[in-house]
Design a protein. Sequence first.
Length: 495
Amino acid sequence: MLKRTSAIQSFLKCSSNLTPQYTAEKYALKRGDYGALTQDDQNHLISLVNGKGIVGEKELEGYNVDWMRIVRGKSELLLKPETTQQVSSILKFCHSKNIAVVPQGGNTGLVGGSVPVFDEVILNTSLMNKVEKIDPVSGVVVAQAGCILDQLNSELAEHKLMMPLDLGAKGSCQLGGNISTNAGGLRLLRYGSLRGNVLGMEAVLADGTIVDCMQTLRKDNTGYDIKQHFIGSEGTLGIITKASVLCAALPSSVNLAFLSVNAFADVRRLFSRARDDLGEILSAFEFIDNSCLVCLEENLKLTPPVDQSPFAVVIETHGSNSTHDFEKLEAFLESVMNDGTVIDGCVAEDSQKATNWWQLRERMAESLMHDGYVYKYDVSVPLDKFYELVTVMRERLGEKVLRCVGYGHVGDSNLHINITTPAYSKEVDQLIEPFIFEWVSQVNGSISAEHGIGFKKTQFLHLSKSAEAIAQMRLLKNAMDPKNILNPYKVLPLL
Ligand code: FAD
Ligand code: 2HG
Ligand code: ZN
């Protein structure tokens, strides 16, 4: 790997702040045959949201560029509706004028789905941020799409509830963005996917039609489950304005263990043991490799609570009886340390420690950004092949890259493999893609475990979906958005 000299270090500081090249230029794309926004259109759209918008490409820099600073659109107009009716009016107008629209929540998406490719109007949901109802008995929350995950959790905590998902972007990501990406996160293994936890939804179609599937029942087998179309479709089929979500009980007992492990085979064995021995209280099983630990130390000055080792594993338990939970965890840890599966480990003695240790896992994405350019892959790989991909990529890329790291949600077979260079390198890009996706496909994995397809992976969709399935996706898109004005150039491969 490249030596990180101080010259490279100072270059890196600047390069992550550089404004990325326009997506359309970088990928030599042709703009779809959409209406161009006239001054009258702009005035009308702004009036529909009572002036709550931003005009001008320069003013929109933070909304035209994605979190990873890799893609960049050139939208001139952002609208911040406050009601479903306003969303409907915007779409009705854009539909009639054939104007393309990109839905945007917290803009934390990692596949370039949340920003325009050309000059699409940005429909940002951040002002639709009301929690409408919390039912402490059923545990169901009804909230608008723009509610920020962290804030939603603060309100839920007052009712001893919490959202069934948690992710590093919780301070910015919004409910609508979470649902439209079907975000997974750190505790999916315990609380399940949003596909099961979203009970009801209100969404607006491309032509402005409001689809009301807002109910709060856990069981409802009355034909097609329309809300599922919007979950994970990344804003290409409709704009989610409101949802009801089944929350989890806020655990009164939480434990966190940080463990050192020598080989990935031991990480796998540890997971199987944790599932068997911790059973119902296991709430997270995450791993980070040693290259991640080095990166966290170098870029964020974060150090692990145990000595460096090839792999670190974070195990969390959620329960309701601290004595019982701690005894169970202690017995489990004693056993896996005695048989050599774990070489070192510690348990957080207070919640501040636990929060600090979680940072080592949750801030990995941020830490890598300090290197300069990040090639980010989020794949599902069967656990018997899981870490092999990192080794294969390291051998393939050798000295051409700064780092190649592996971390992620072992409990869900979801590997985050990230490669960094000081600045974008076409040579490195071409060595990685399509190789990495073909490798994943050959082991029957998925090219996107949780981040989605967005703009960046459309041409590889066929490696995880059959031709017939993609044809069905196109049929659905044509039926729900016949003019293709909603988030164009995303999810489906360009024709
Ligand atoms: P945005 O980024 O604004 O949008 C994402 C997509 O959804 C876009 O295609 C957009 O058009 C569409 N969209 C947004 N709002 C709506 C709406 N109301 N209706 C229709 N479409 C809409 N993801 C995981 O799955 N697991 C993780 O653990 C995880 N960790 C992350 C950690 C960090 C530090 C970061 C930066 C990101 C992480 N992500 C993770 C990525 C994840 O997809 C998002 O953070 C989150 O779900 C997106 O929410 P958002 O509000 O930011 O959506
Ligand atoms: C996480 O699990 C996120 O931390 C981001 O999904 C993963 O940075 C990544 O590759
Ligand atoms: Zn993740």
